[in-house]
Design a protein. Structure first.
Length: 171
C-alpha cells in the first residue's frame, strides 16, 4: 500500500491486508500464509519525519524443526518504525549505531510503500526454528519414525566423551 505524504496532515490510520501473492513477491520464503496479513497502522508526520506504529496480524503454516510435521501459527505483532528522508542519511562511511537507530529507515520522494516494512516485520518475528510444541520428540535419527505418533525401539545413541563431560559438569 502506498502512502502519499502530501495527503497526511498530522496522522492517518491505514487499515489493509497483504495477500499471499504480494507477500511472496517480497522475497523467497517458506512461509505459507493461511490468510492475508492484516494491519492497522497509525501514520504520523512530523515535518519530514514519518512514524508508523500499530498491530500486524499473521496466520501461517510452518514446518516443525524437529518432527517435520506442518502446524499453524498465529502472531500478533506491533510494528514501530520511523522514516526520514534519504537526504538526512549521514555521509560518513562508518557510523556508530545506537538502539534507537535500528528502527530508522530512509525514504525518497513523496510516496512510501509500506508493504516491504510489513513483510520485514513479519519475517523478523517468525521463529527461526519453529516447533509444533515444546514437548515435540522429533524424528528418530536411526529409523526415521516420528516419535510423537509412533513408538521407537531404537537404542539411544551413546553420548560422546564431550557429552559425558558436559553431563557430569551440569549435574
Amino acid at each position: 500500500m502506498l502512502i502519499r505524504l502530501s495527503e497526511i496532515e498530522d496522522t492517518q490510520v491505514l487499515k489493509g491486508e497483504m495477500d499471499s501473492a504480494r507477500f511472496r513477491q517480497m522475497g523467497d520464503t517458506d512461509v505459507k500464509l493461511l490468510k492475508p496479513v492484516s494491519y492497522e497502522l497509525m501514520v504520523a508526520k512530523y515535518d519530514d519525519t514519518v512514524a508508523i506504529d500499530g498491530p500486524v496480524r499473521v496466520a501461517a503454516s510452518l514446518e516443525c524443526g524437529r518432527c517435520l510435521e506442518g502446524f499453524d501459527i498465529e502472531l500478533s505483532l506491533v510494528m514501530s518504525i520511523k522514516l526520514v528522508p534519504r537526504t538526512k542519511l549521514p555521509d560518513s562511511p562508518e557510523l556508530e549505531l545506537h538502539g534507537e537507530d535500528l528502527d530508522v529507515y530512509y525514504y525518497e520522494g513523496e510516496e512510501i510503500d509500506i508493504d516491504p516494512f510489513v513483510y520485514e516485520e513479519v519475517m523478523l518475528n517468525m521463529p527461526v526454528r519453529p516447533l509444533c510444541s515444546e514437548a515435540c520428540k522429533g524424528i528418530c535419527p536411526r529409523c526415521g519414525k516420528n516419535r510423537n505418533t509412533e513408538p521407537c525401539d531404537c537404542p539411544e545413541a551413546p553420548l560422546s566423551l564431550l557429552g559425558e563431560k558436559l553431563k557430569s559438569f551440569l549435574n
